[in-house]
Design a protein around this ligand. Structure first.
Ligand SMILES: Cc1cc2nc3c(=O)[nH]c(=O)nc-3n(C[C@H](O)[C@H](O)[C@H](O)COP(=O)(O)OP(=O)(O)OC[C@H]3O[C@@H](n4cnc5c(N)ncnc54)[C@H](O)[C@@H]3O)c2cc1C
Length: 264
């Protein structure tokens, strides 16, 4: 990783050290894989007072036990090849091999919205999986639904890990550009866990969104098209350098239909 320019740099060597150094999170910039943070520092758009490097903090494991998967915040996107669907396929399509080897689950979950292109593809997979996020911050440690975590704006918490019940099935459908270093334009993830189907979209706004109206329509009739017709009840697509809001609005229902059709 490139040098991190900050008034103070803390290199955590354990999870406990990381939590102590993070404290309330005030004036702390967490550096995980650094694929977003380091370029921001290099170009002078971010000037951390205190940088907390998590690379040696031991937060990288992925375990699957008793029907439940737990993934450390520092697990690389490449390591998610061992995760259940739709997390595995979503991770496989983040950027390219070079970025996936460096980028982390925690960094993707906490990625600030991109101005030019979407970030945070893994958020949709985690919402579809009904994941729980364990984090530390001003009020100590807590575990909450990933949706609550994202709604509260992730900046003020240190993510330790995420966990979820292994789904019976998972699927994803996405629009991507077929060249290296590309961002996903728009994606839909679906998962069936304990008989319930959850659907989420990423790339349509600043953060991934759960598609509750589409879920309800699918639960009523098991009809993928009926669900697709309701997805814009919850999602308001935006313009960016990759695609227009109009294009995303036309494409999103198609992705919902495909993801649900593939959910075997
Ligand atoms: C060429 C290129 C292509 C890309 N393509 C995609 C793509 O297709 N899809 C996609 O989703 N993203 C993409 N990205 C964005 C980015 O690489 C990923 O989102 C990545 O997973 C971020 O992880 P990181 O560990 O590098 O984050 P970092 O840069 O280290 O951190 C990102 C943010 O999260 C915070 N953070 C990191 N870890 C934690 C933690 N444990 N607790 C609290 N806060 C934390 C940091 O403070 C920072 O605000 C791309 C980036 C590049 C450069």
């Amino acid at each position: 990783m490139a040098a991190v320019d900050a008034a103070e740099v803390v290199v955590a060597t354990s999870a406990q050290e990381a939590v102590e150094a993070f404290g309330s999170g005030a004036d702390v910039t967490v550096v995980a894989g650094g694929t977003i943070v380091v370029p921001e520092i290099t170009h002078g758009r971010l000037r951390p007072r205190r940088a907390l490097l998590l690379g040696g903090a031991g937060l990288a494991g992925l375990t699957r036990e008793a029907g439940r998967t737990t993934v450390g915040a520092m697990a690389t996107v490449a390591a998610l090849d061992q995760a259940p669907e739709p997390l595995r396929s979503t991770a496989r399509h983040v950027a390219d091999a070079e970025i996936r080897a460096q980028a982390t689950l925690g960094g993707n979950l906490c990625a600030p919205p991109g101005e030019q292109s979407p970030r945070g593809d893994l958020q949709a997979a985690l919402i579809a999986l009904g994941a729980q996020v364990r984090s530390a911050g001003a009020d100590g440690e807590r575990t909450e639904d990933v949706e609550e975590f994202l709604a509260a704006s992730p900046g003020g918490r240190l993510v330790l890990d995420v966990s979820f019940a292994d789904p019976q099935a998972g699927s994803t459908a996405a629009v991507r550009r077929p060249h290296a270093h590309a961002y996903t334009v728009l994606a839909v993830c679906a998962a069936r866990t304990g008989g319930q189907v959850r659907i989420a979209a990423s790339g349509a706004g600043p953060r991934a969104v759960r598609c509750r109206a589409a879920e309800a329509a699918f639960a009523d009739a098991g009809d993928a098209q009926a669900a697709a017709d309701r997805v814009l009840d919850d999602v308001t697509p935006h313009d960016d350098a990759l695609a227009s809001a109009w294009y995303r609005s036309r494409t999103l229902p198609v992705l919902v239909r495909r993801a649900l059709t593939d959910l075997t």
